[in-house]
Design a protein around this ligand. Structure first.
Ligand code: SF4
Ligand code: SF4
Length: 86
C-alpha cells in the first residue's frame, strides 16, 4: 500500500501530499511512496463492497444505491452513507 491509500494522507497536489500524523511531505508514487506501519486504509469507492467491475481506467459500477451509476476507484468515500468496507 502507498501513502496515497492511507486515511492520514492529505492531498496537496498531483505529485505529493502530507501525512496528518508526521506532518511530513510524502510522494504520491515512485520512490518513497510506500506506506509506513501506521497505515490506515482510507475509505474509497475502490475498496467498497458495492463497487464492481472496474475497467482498466479504474472506472466501475456503484451498486450501493437504488440506481446504479459509475464511480472511480480512487474517489474518496468518507462522506458516502452507503460505504461498506470490502
Ligand atoms: S500514516 Fe504512514 S502511510 Fe499513512 S500517510 Fe502517514 S506516513 Fe503515509
Ligand atoms: S456505495 Fe458509496 S463508497 Fe460505495 S461504491 Fe458507491 S459511491 Fe462509492
Amino acid at each position: 500500500m502507498k501513502h496515497f491509500d492511507c486515511k492520514n494522507y492529505i492531498h496537496l497536489d498531483c505529485e505529493k501530499g502530507m501525512c496528518a500524523l508526521s506532518k511530513m511531505i510524502v510522494p504520491i508514487d515512485g520512490e518513497g511512496s510506500e506506506a509506513c506501519p501506521k497505515f490506515v486504509l482510507a475509505e474509497k469507492c475502490g475498496n467498497c463492497a458495492f463497487f464492481e467491475c472496474p475497467n482498466k481506467y479504474g472506472i466501475g459500477t456503484c451498486k450501493g444505491f437504488e440506481k446504479e451509476n459509475w464511480a472511480y476507484n480512487t474517489c474518496g468515500a468518507c462522506g458516502c452513507e452507503k460505504y461498506k468496507k470490502r
